[in-house]
Design a protein around this ligand. Structure first.
Ligand code: ZN
Length: 86
């Protein structure tokens, strides 16, 4: 059991997924972005996911200046689920 204190609250993979769109939007504040990057550096699945999202966004077109639509977010979640299922 590790009881090492962490200065940065870690995000779960689910939270990471929620944060990806904000990250790509540049809509994230610094503390949130730091947590996002910490998770990214430690989680290979999410690193892969982020790459997949980037590719998906590229396929959908340029990253919109406004926030991603709910539809797009749902689609990205589907991509994530399929990745997790291997
Ligand atoms: Zn993760």
């Amino acid at each position: 059991m590790e009881e090492r204190k962490s200065e940065v609250r870690q995000v779960s993979c689910d939270e990471f997924v929620e944060l990806v769109t904000a990250f790509l939007d540049g809509a994230m504040d610094e503390p949130a972005e730091l947590r996002f990057l910490v998770h990214l550096s430690r989680c290979g699945d999410c690193e892969t996911y982020l790459e997949q999202v980037k590719q998906t966004v590229a396929m959908l077109g340029e990253l919109p200046e406004t926030r991603l639509t709910t539809e797009t977010r749902d689609h990205l979640r589907c991509v994530f689920r399929s990745l997790r299922q291997g």
